[in-house]
Design a binder for this molecule. Structure first.
Ligand code: N01
Length: 486
């Protein structure tokens, strides 16, 4: 095939659409699951919702005038992706139940060899679109495998696990936990929420969309585009605090503290829920119902450190055994240590995971020296703490589709020049000191060495500008006609 796309979430579907628009049709999408949709298919835990407004959290070329809420819930986003797949007739391209086990560049054929659970495939170009939030992380807590009852990660929710009337423990207080805790609190018998670090939480402004608005968006698409643009630019202003001067976060911290004070009257509980790091250092959360859940008699916040998990429950550092019937792990994902990256090997055999550990330079978070005709969506330092990842994916796709076009038209192998990629990576890293992610908290944005290899540290329109074109001068282009064009 000309292009193998791995993953059928926003990135993979977007890639297939943009490639087709660029005239590239010999494309297959490899999907390990039974259905398309990526993280929005997998995360079905109660309350799962996007914390970016619906109008912005969608493809610019496929607006949805029918969003029922200004901040969509998971089922509607998943439905949206399915509708997009139908509208653009992408389903025939998808190879379901194909788990990609290895992706290696074959020097002799000058192609990529994909080893999958259903056989091998060769492709001239590969677009890796497996996303950063695809591999659920279970914490390395001693005794985890000795627990007697069901253990469920939020991203692997199993409706068959009975929660009603059960003693439930939730480990973690990040984005997934704050959404699911309020939903399950009313049905369980007791709920103990194990918090290691409190999150900054701001009021949620989401609300249902009235019929008249939907009608206006349907008949006057420009109106929806304006709302989207308004939301985009408001979010861009946040970069001033995240990147340029984190002291600007004080105002949002005050808002968050007031939110907490309004919702939690108990002073000692409030203290436990108050973060002691700069707002933005970890992902900022939005919720109106997480704090109030602790007002319920059956919900307890546990802040003593977890020392082990035993057959009957969770043991904490004060010696208490918190007995549970079910454990829910709201413990996030492998991001900088995503297992998928260890399965990709470039022309020298080097693995892609080095890109997250300082040993492999990247160019615009998308391409890598010695990885010819290989493109990564959502690559190093392209995720966002303040806006929509879809904007970043679409930006990358501007560059990727143009590069793929050149690769196919000229029968060429394209990769960034090593010194150009090194410069991009160096300059990007030079922007990080003094940003909000450099304020001493731990987060999934940082690799083992504490370096942010995840978040884009600038305005997103700058990334859009950087990826607008394919610049041949920045690339090594080897063709069968000429050994090296540029
Ligand atoms: O995961 P997280 P998440 N013992 O990594 C705790 C997206 N998302 O699934 O902070 C005890 O944020 C950990 O504690 P600490 C979004 O990008 C979006 O919630 O490391 N606790 C933390 O509290 C988001 O950021 C949406 O001290 C342990 C929690 O587990 C990303 O997904 C909704 C522990 C993990 O939080 C991930 O969110 C959901 C241990 N050993 C997800 N190990 C929206 O759009 C970890 N923790 C709203």
């Amino acid at each position: 095939m000309d292009v193998a796309v791995i993953g059928s979430g926003f990135g993979g579907l977007g890639a297939a659409i943009r490639l087709r628009q660029a005239g590239v049709t010999n494309v297959s999408i490899f999907e390990r699951a039974h259905d398309l949709g990526g993280t929005w298919r997998d995360n079905t835990y109660p309350g799962c919702r996007c914390d970016v407004a619906s109008n912005l959290y969608s493809f610019s070329f496929a607006p949805n005038p029918k969003w029922t809420n200004t901040y969509s819930y998971q089922p509607e986003i998943w439905r949206y992706l399915q509708d997009v797949a139908d509208e653009y007739q992408l389903r025939p391209l998808i190879k379901y139940d194909h788990d990609v086990l290895d992706v290696s560049f074959d020097e002799s054929s000058k192609q990529w060899r994909l080893t999958t659970s259903q056989g091998d495939y060769d492709a001239r170009c590969v677009i890796l679109a497996t996303g950063g939030l695809a591999e659920p992380r279970l914490p390395a807590i001693e005794g985890l495998d000795t627990f007697d009852g069901p253990i469920m990660h939020t991203a692997q929710w199993d409706d068959a696990v009975e929660l009603s009337g059960k003693r439930v423990g939730v480990i973690g207080t990040g984005a997934s936990a704050v959404q699911t805790v309020p939903q399950i609190a009313p049905i369980v018998s007791t709920l103990e929420v194990f918090q290691r670090t409190p999150s900054w939480i701001l009021p949620h402004l989401g609300h249902p969309v009235i019929e008249r608005t939907k009608k206006v968006f349907s008949t006057l698409p420009l109106a929806q585009r304006l709302v989207r643009a308004w939301g985009y630019w408001r979010r861009e202003l946040m970069v001033l605090g995240f990147v340029k001067d984190p002291r600007r976060m004080t105002k949002a911290e005050t808002m968050s503290r007031e939110h907490l004070e309004r919702q939690i009257k108990d002073e000692s509980l409030r203290e436990k829920l108050t973060p002691l790091y700069r707002l933005g250092c970890k992902r900022v959360l939005i919720s109106n119902d997480f704090y109030p859940a602790f007002a319920r008699d059956n919900v307890t916040l546990v802040t003593d450190a977890i020392t082990s998990i035993e057959a009957k429950g969770v043991r904490t550092s004060d010696g208490t055994l918190h007995e549970c019937d079910v454990l829910i792990m709201a413990t996030g994902f492998f991001v900088t240590d995503n297992p998928m990256a260890t399965k990709v090997h470039g022309a020298t055999g080097e693995t892609l995971s080095n890109a997250y550990h300082g040993n492999l330079a990247n160019y615009k978070g998308t391409t890598f020296p010695d990885f010819p005709n290989f493109f990564m969506l959502g690559g190093p330092n392209t995720a966002l703490g303040h806006s929509s990842i879809i904007f970043m994916l679409e930006s990358q796709l501007n560059y990727v589709t143009k590069a793929v076009r050149v690769a196919l038209d000229d029968d060429a192998l394209i990769e960034p020049k090593a010194h150009i990629a090194a410069r991009w990576t160096r300059e990007l890293q030079a922007k990080l000191p003094g940003t909000v992610w450099d304020m001493g908290c731990s987060s999934w944005y940082l690799n083992d060495a504490g370096v942010n290899t995840t978040i884009w540290p600038d305005f997103t329109f700058k990334f859009r500008t950087a990826t607008r074109h394919f610049d041949p001068r920045d690339h090594k282009i080897s063709t069968s006609k000429k050994s090296e064009v540029s």
